[in-house]
Design a protein around this ligand. Structure first.
Ligand code: FAD
Ligand code: NAP
Ligand code: SF4
Length: 698
């Protein structure tokens, strides 16, 4: 059985002894850390690292990096890992020249990966993913010629021979995966990709042997599983990812899901993994505002219907959550993809009784899914080393120095802890009484409660790495110069932009920091000026009642119209949002509807949330003045008065460089990072990555 071995192998970067090596926390998570006997092999625990496209799967030259990424997670003790999706043929490519395993010469690159994982005692399955009508290229195919709402290409309907050819491609791909040394394959049957398209009347209008009734629609996945099992033999893991809740109309009924589960079991699957929601669904399934473990009830519904181990997925990110799901009998394993991007040592830390040291995935999607959708290599906001294991290497410093880091926001936290981990003497100053900078404000937004975890992680990391933390201390250049540090890392962040309009200095015109820190009372009618990320967050803060639905699965499913009893095919119900706590107007000067520049995979959720809360969103606004009547604006040449009690200004930010400039004038060596460096388009992803990379290089 693979053992969790720490510390990491020197060839892979971390040479530094970790604080979680000594304890044994297996008693804390008996279900999570219990082995799982699959008959021909035993998994060491119940953690499945779910498939996550990283952007490193597509080119042979990236497989060394991909191997290092998986090896680090194998070393961290994950029970079973699944790669990002690999297409079984060209038609199944997710995008042109995407990852594919269909030719013998493709095998070698995969061997690099499997060897690296096995050297660390891990196990890895390759996911076979046929994009179907979600494929982003003109060669896409589907059961029927029906375009998806999220891709520009209309797929070609597979002929009957084409269906047979596609099944053979899946089987051949699985055989090649076995040749490449994988421990198994996952057959991707959910999320609205090709197999899922065969299963739903919504996308399968065929009248041949592969459509027309639920039984016929089901034949495609069942034949793939049956023939794959015949081809690969009995001692090869075959995970089937089954869409248990489609969250679209005209989809599978629950009886069909159960029938498919049984058929897939009879056909030779080893494990059934859960899929929730098609990509075109208008219900969020993984973003941070989705409650933790929100969908495990649906996996539980299948328990007892099949004997195979079942895997629960979606928003399971901490060991106590996973343990609760398993102990309640909702599933036999938990799948986590992003949490293992965030922390390769997640399992090792749980095992060591050090869950408080886990760098928790906050489900922001900013560096993982958003990158993938922009054709960039995935990484992680809280862990910039993810998928960069070979280029961000944290080694002990050759020459130990004394550093001051000013600002305990994300940039300063990342820099100070990384510097100290490497052996430098670090003093971290912040004017505030708590760490976090703006992140400490962001965590107060409804649906961003996970941000607390990052601050908890950094609090421990500061202590573990021995950073000398001086909170409540605003430092100036003269003091720092007098201390004689070798260099000062300036991470002083930003200053909110002030608004210059008549009445802009009225006490009823508020800054977002005052509002979010709870220092002021806000009336029932509010105008928010500026509709960037912070404007949207402030609007959500103002319309939401406390506590937010993020912590309450029943309330959240009611608000979004999710029926976990799966009474109707697809599991959709009529959304019933709670009335807003206030009437809010969200305004921007740029013409058009606000929110177009929000993040790719989460922006639509913010827009939908505010729409449900009846927020009036206006673009093309000119701000005239604020007085006792309210906010005077002009939209499309028409003057209007918004009769509001308060205005909250979220008009962007300027870098806070005063300290950096003063230090420069005194000739002190400085490094400027985060918002203090560049405020435009600043986010915590850039701040943490910049702080980490700088500290790794000093
Ligand atoms: P800051 O976080 O601004 O920290 C600077 C620190 O320096 C402060 O703590 C300040 O007290 C300290 N300081 C300044 N001068 C001195 C001095 N002279 N002496 C001592 N201390 C000093 N980003 C995302 O990526 N995703 C999100 O979802 C997200 N949501 C957000 C929501 C809200 C409501 C807000 C306000 C921000 C959000 N952000 C988000 C932005 C993110 O928080 C910032 O980009 C990030 O905090 C910037 O980090 P930083 O370290 O550069 O600066
Ligand atoms: P932002 O995204 O740049 O938005 C600033 C807003 O203010 C824009 O809507 C802009 O739109 C308006 N504005 C700019 N100058 C103005 C002026 N002089 N008068 C009036 N309006 C003005 O910045 P932000 O909202 O402050 O967010 C800061 C950073 O935090 C962003 O870079 C963002 O990435 C990050 N963040 C991210 C998230 C997330 O969920 N990922 C959430 C919050 C924050 P107009 O010019 O059209 O008026
Ligand atoms: Fe999780 Fe955000 Fe990291 Fe993605 S980028 S793994 S969602 S913390």
């Amino acid at each position: 059985m693979p053992r969790c071995r720490l510390p990491a192998h020197p060839a892979h970067g971390h040479l530094i002894k970790r604080p979680f090596e000594s304890l044994d926390g297996s008693v804390d998570y008996p279900h999570l850390l219990a082995p799982l006997d699959l008959g021909f092999t035993t998994l060491p625990n119940r953690v499945l690292m779910g498939s996550m496209h990283t952007g490193l799967e597509d080119r042979a030259k990236d497989y060394d990096r991909l191997a290092a990424y998986f090896a680090e997670r194998a070393r961290g003790g994950v029970g079973l890992m699944v790669t990002g999706g690999i297409a079984p043929n060209i038609e199944g490519w997710l995008k042109p020249f995407g990852g594919r395993l269909s030719m013998p010469w493709h095998v070698a690159r995969h061997r690099t990966l499997t060897r690296a994982v096995h050297d660390e005692g891990g196990r890895v399955c390759m996911q076979i993913l046929h994009g179907g009508r979600y494929a982003y290229h003109p060669l896409s195919v589907a059961p029927s010629r029906i375009k998806s709402p999220i891709t520009p290409f209309t797929p070609r309907a597979l002929s009957t021979r084409g269906v047979e050819r596609t099944i053979r491609a899946f089987v051949d791909c699985a055989k090649l995966a076995r040749d490449a040394g994988y421990d198994g394959v996952e057959i991707m049957g959910s999320e609205g990709y090709l197999i899922n398209e065969f299963l739903a009347a919504r996308t399968n209008r065929r009248d041949d042997a592969w459509g027309g009734s639920a039984e016929k629609r089901m034949r495609f996945p069942v034949e793939i599983v049956r023939r794959t099992r015949e081809a690969v033999g009995r001692d090869f893991i075959l995970v089937y990812r089954l869409s248990m809740l489609d969250l679209v109309d005209d989809a599978q009924a629950w009886d069909d899901v159960v029938r498919l589960g049984k058929a897939v079991e009879a056909a030779g699957a080893t494990i059934i993994n859960t899929g929730i929601g098609w990509h075109e669904a208008r219900v969020p399934t993984i973003v941070t505002s989705v409650p933790r473990a929100a969908f495990t009830a649906i996996t539980r519904k299948l328990k007892g219907e099949v004997a195979l181990p079942l895997v629960a997925t979606n928003r399971i990110n901490m060991p106590d959550v996973a343990e609760r799901v398993l102990a309640a009998g909702d599933a036999d394993m938990v799948s986590m993809a992003r949490p293992l991007l965030a922390d390769a040592d997640w399992v090792a830390k749980a095992k060591a009784g050090r869950a408080d040291r886990i760098n928790t995935c906050i489900a922001c999607n900013q560096a993982c899914l958003d990158h993938v959708f922009q054709n960039r290599v995935a990484s992680c906001l809280v862990n910039p080393r993810a998928c960069h294991e070979t280029d961000i290497v944290i080694r002990p410093a050759t020459q130990k120095r004394r550093y001051a880091v000013v600002g305990a926001g994300p940039a300063g936290l990342a820099a100070s802890t990384t510097l100290a981990e490497r052996g430098h003497a670090v003093t971290l100053y912040d004017a505030a009484d708590v760490i976090g900078g703006q992140f400490d404000v962001a965590r107060r937004i409804p649906g961003k409660e996970e941000f607390d975890e990052t601050l908890r992680y950094f609090r421990h990391r500061l202590a573990d790495t021995g950073v000398d933390v001086r909170l409540g201390t605003r430092v100036d250049a003269a003091t720092l110069a007098a201390e004689g540090f070798d260099a000062v890392v300036v991470a002083t962040g930003i200053t909110p932009r002030k608004l210059s309009m008549p009445g802009g200095d009225d006490p009823r015109v508020l800054g977002y920091l005052d509002v979010l820190r709870g220092g002021v009372e806000v009336g029932p009618r509010v105008a928010v000026i500026g509709a960037g990320g912070i404007g949207f967050d402030v609007a959500e803060f103002l319309v939401e009642h406390v506590p937010s639905p993020t912590t309450d699965v029943a309330r959240w499913t009611r608000e979004w119209g999710v029926d976990l009893s799966h009474a109707v095919p697809g599991g959709l119900a009529k959304p019933a949002p709670e009335p807003p706590a206030r009437k809010v107007w969200l305004l921007q000067r740029t013409p058009g509807t606000p929110g177009k520049r929000l993040n790719k995979t989460t922006g639509w959720v913010h827009r939908a949330t505010l729409k449900a809360k009846r927020v009036t969103m206006l673009g093309g606004v000119a701000y005239e003045r604020f007085d006792d009547e309210g906010l005077h604006i002009v939209v499309d040449d028409a003057p209007q008065v918004l009769a509001v009690d308060h205005v909250v200004v979220c008009a962007g930010q300027e870098p806070n460089r005063a300290l950096a400039d003063a230090l420069g004038a005194l000739g002190v060596a400085t490094h400027v990072i985060g918002g203090a460096d560049v405020a435009a388009e600043l986010d915590a992803k850039r701040a943490i990555a910049q702080g980490t990379r700088l500290a790794a290089s000093l």
